[in-house]
Design a protein around this ligand. Structure first.
Ligand SMILES: Nc1nc2c(ncn2[C@@H]2O[C@H](COP(=O)(O)OP(=O)(O)O)[C@@H](O)[C@H]2O)c(=O)[nH]1
Ligand SMILES: [Mg+2]
Length: 346
């Protein structure tokens, strides 16, 4: 199947499970370590506590204090570990490899894999479309993907590989991989209730006591036809509580990574300070909350009540439009939709 790709750093050995017992009908699993350079395997074996295993040797070894199995050194750059392969044990061994600082191989399928998997496709792009369809999180991806064969006609999709990270590609990629949307605002403005109203489920702790939401809570939900990862954050206020302070630190980090921030404020509490983010208007939607209790005098993009449901539909629409605007979806421009799903090189 697909070739192993080295990680971005290009350093050290990488591992992958090449035979999982459930698939092989046997009780032994095979984990393969592949080194890019001479010595990579020796370094990896040492950090796993396996000691020296010379090329051509196979030894009975202890794996992570939980199993014994064969370690076989096939070549300078390849080592196989063969543990007993129950699912719990395999999970533990994967963690053992990660803990030793060895990275997991990025195993994207190649174009040849994808074309082979779809003999019915009339072009490479059509095969890739069928392949990526199942990986797309948003219902809205289907229409855009189905138009790609036509849009790529007469163009070589492989010729464009190097042109990554175009704005349009990044925006459309949100149809494949859900965008992160954060609820930010002072304590008690109704963020957790809004998360529940947007998702239609009770997933967040709601309380009158300020500071109840201590951890961020994430949930996948569909706005119009765009699937998003919605994350609730603790309200911002001065706190003596170490756990809450920690949660607030995590929240601040999340701000920088979010695709969209729902900046919530109501008549009673107003809009809290969000620093530099205020100026990042493309990434911030100002949401007036608890509108049944009175509307805030500050300007808002949308005003909602989680209790009566007013404005929630409009907010869903605005979230979808901000993340993946109709104008971008409908533009007759080919999209590199396979980025991150199919390997660039065969
Ligand atoms: N009347 C009304 N009350 C709300 C609304 N949203 C939240 N609340 C109430 O406001 C309080 C704080 O809500 P919560 O969602 O926990 O706020 P958070 O701290 O920002 O997460 C709770 O008592 C909720 O029941 C709303 O739209 N209308
Ligand atoms: Mg809350």
């Amino acid at each position: 199947m697909s070739a192993l790709r080295m990680n971005d750093s290009g350093l050290g050995a990488q591992w992958r499970v090449v035979a999982a017992p459930a698939a092989m009908g046997s009780a032994i699993a095979v984990i393969e370590l592949v080194g890019e350079n001479t010595g990579d395997i020796d370094v990896a074996a040492r950090s796993l506590g396996l000691g020296e295993i010379r090329v051509g040797a196979y030894r009975l070894k202890q794996f992570a204090d939980v199993d014994t199995g064969i370690a076989a050194r096939w070549s300078e750059r390849s080592l196989h570990l063969m543990p007993h392969g129950g699912p719990a044990l395999m999970r533990r061994l994967c963690q053992w490899l990660r803990d030793a600082g060895i990275s997991e191989a990025n195993q994207l399928p190649t174009w040849s894999d994808v074309v082979q998997a779809h003999p019915e496709a009339r072009s490479e792009v059509e095969a890739a479309t069928l392949w990526c369809m199942s990986a797309a999180a948003s219902p809205g991806a289907v229409d855009v993907l189905l138009r790609q064969s036509e849009l790529w006609k007469g163009r070589d999709p492989r010729g464009l590989r190097a042109h990554d990270k175009r704005f349009r590609d990044r925006v459309l990629h949100r149809l494949i991989e859900p965008a992160t949307v954060l609820l930010v605002g002072a304590a008690n403005v109704g963020k957790s209730c809004l998360l529940n109203a947007l998702t239609g489920r009770t997933v967040s702790i709601v309380s009158d006591v300020a500071g109840t939401t201590r951890d961020h809570v994430g949930i996948l939900t569909v706005c119009e036809d765009v699937t998003i990862r919605l994350i609730d954050t603790p309200g911002l206020r001065q706190t003596q509580d170490a756990v809450e302070a920690q949660a607030q630190k995590i929240a601040a980090k999340l701000w920088n990574q979010a695709d969209l921030v729902l900046w919530c404020g109501d008549a009673a509490h107003g809009f809290c300070d969000i620093g530099d983010l205020t100026r990042d208007t493309a990434r911030v939607l100002r949401v007036g909350t608890r509108r049944d209790l009175g509307t805030t005098s500050e300007p808002v993009d949308c005003s909602v009540s989680s209790v009566t449901g007013e404005g929630v539909r409009e907010l869903r629409f605005q979230i979808a439009e901000r993340l993946v605007p109709r104008s971008v979806r409908q533009a007759p421009v080919p999209w590199r939709f396979w980025a991150g799903l199919i390997a660039d090189q065969d």
